[in-house]
Design a protein around this ligand. Structure first.
Ligand SMILES: [Zn+2]
Length: 333
C-alpha cells in the first residue's frame, strides 16, 4: 500500500501538472471504483484543480468550485500520467482528462479495493480522515501520548491509521529497525528513552524516504511505486544481511503479510519464534486488508474497545528456535 513517502511523491508530481488545470473529461472505466452518489463525476468537467494534498494514505484533489475528490489507492492502485489520452487497459479504472494531460488510475489484481469519492465541499473530508497523528509535524510529547494510548505491539500501533498517519507495513519495519526496537514490544511498556528513539526514527525514516521519492518525482512521474526498495534496511529482505550489522534479517509471518527485523539490532540477538509470534501478531492485527486503513472512528475512545481481542497484557516470551534456515528473500508484504 502506498505510504506517506509514496503518496507525497504523487502529491508533488500531481501538483506540478494539475495546479490550475481544467478538467476536460472524466471516464470511469470501472464504475465500481466510485463509492459516492453525488456530485456526479461529469460535474467536474470545466472545474479547475486548486491543489492536491495527502490525507493519511489518501490523495485529495481540491477543485476551485470547492468540490473534492478523495482517492484511496489501497494495495494495488497506481497513477500514470500521459501527454495524450491512452486507450484503457484491462487494469484501467478511470481516466481523468485535463488541459495539461491525462491521469490514468489503474489497479492490478482481481480484488478491486481502490476507491474514489466525490464530495460537494471540503466539509465532507473529515469522514475520510482516520485521525492518525502526522509524525512529521508533531512534537515528542504528543507522539509519546499517542503511542501509549493503547497497549499494542509497536508494529500494530505504528500502522494503525487512527493512531499514526501514513505509516504501513514497509515503513514501520524500517522505523523499528532504525529505532532498534522489537516489532512485538508493547507500546505501554516502552521507557522514555525507547519512546524518544521511536519518535526520532519515525521522523528520520519518513523524511529521508519522502525527500528521496519527491526528488525522483521531480525528475519523472512516479512509475515504480512499490513497498520493496533495494535501499531498505529490513523490509522485504528476509535472509539478507542487515546493513547495520550483517546479521540475516528475520521475519514474522502474520495475517496477510510479514514483518521483517534484525535480531541483533532489535531483539537482543533473539530469534523470535515465527509461529508463536505470528499468533500474537495475528491477534493484534486487523482481520482484513480493508481494516488496515478503515474508515475513521470519530474520537479514539478511552480503553481499548477497538480491539475485539482485548488488550495484550504482556509481551510474548520470545522463544529461541536457533537460527532459522536461511531462505530466499520473499517478496510478500
Ligand atoms: Zn542489524
Amino acid at each position: 500500500m502506498p505510504e506517506l513517502p509514496d503518496v507525497e511523491a504523487y502529491v508533488f508530481a500531481l501538483n506540478q501538472r494539475l495546479r490550475g488545470a481544467e478538467v476536460s473529461d472524466v471516464r470511469l472505466v470501472s464504475p465500481f471504483v466510485l463509492r459516492s452518489v453525488a456530485p456526479a463525476p461529469k460535474a467536474l468537467i470545466g472545474d479547475r484543480v486548486d491543489q492536491v494534498f495527502r490525507l493519511g494514505k489518501r490523495l485529495v484533489f481540491g477543485f476551485a468550485s470547492g468540490r473534492s475528490m478523495v482517492l484511496h489507492l489501497m494495495i494495488a492502485g497506481r497513477l500514470h500520467w500521459h501527454a495524450t489520452p491512452p486507450k484503457p487497459k484491462r487494469i484501467t479504472l478511470a481516466l481523468f482528462g485535463f488541459d495539461t494531460g491525462t491521469l490514468e488510475l489503474t489497479e492490478a489484481g482481481s480484488k478491486k479495493r481502490a476507491s474514489l469519492h466525490l464530495l460537494a465541499d471540503a466539509s465532507g473530508l473529515t469522514t475520510h480522515d482516520p485521525g492518525g497523528l502526522e509524525v512529521l509535524t508533531t512534537d515528542r510529547e504528543a507522539f509519546t501520548a499517542r503511542l501509549r494510548h493503547r497497549n499494542h505491539t509497536l508494529k500494530r500501533v505504528l500502522t494503525d491509521p487512527q493512531l499514526f498517519s501514513g505509516i504501513g507495513n514497509a515503513y514501520s519495519d524500517e522505523i523499528l529497525h532504525a529505532a532498534r526496537l522489537s516489532p512485538v514490544a508493547l507500546s505501554q511498556t516502552l521507557s522514555e528513552d525507547e519512546a524518544g528513539r521511536l519518535y526520532d526514527a519515525s521522523r528520520e525514516i519518513l523524511t529521508m524516504w519522502r525527500d528521496r521519492l519527491v526528488a525522483e518525482a521531480a525528475r519523472r512521474f512516479p512509475a515504480k511505486v512499490t513497498a520493496f526498495r533495494s535501499e531498505m534496511a529490513v523490509h522485504g529482505r528476509f535472509g539478507l544481511p542487515c546493513p547495520a550489522c550483517t546479521t540475516a534479517v528475520q521475519r514474522i509471518r502474520h495475517a496477510h503479510t510479514e514483518t521483517n527485523y534484525c535480531p541483533a539490532c532489535q531483539t537482543g540477538g533473539r530469534i523470535l519464534a515465527d509461529r508463536v509470534l505470528s499468533r500474537v501478531l495475528n491477534k493484534d492485527w486487523p482481520r482484513t486488508l480493508d481494516e488496515l486503513d478503515r474508515a475513521p472512528i470519530p474520537t479514539p475512545p478511552v480503553g481499548d474497545p477497538g480491539n475485539e481481542e482485548g488488550p495484550c497484557r504482556s509481551a510474548p516470551s520470545a522463544v529461541m528456535t536457533g537460527f532459522q534456515r536461511r531462505a530466499q528473500p520473499t517478496r510478500r508484504g
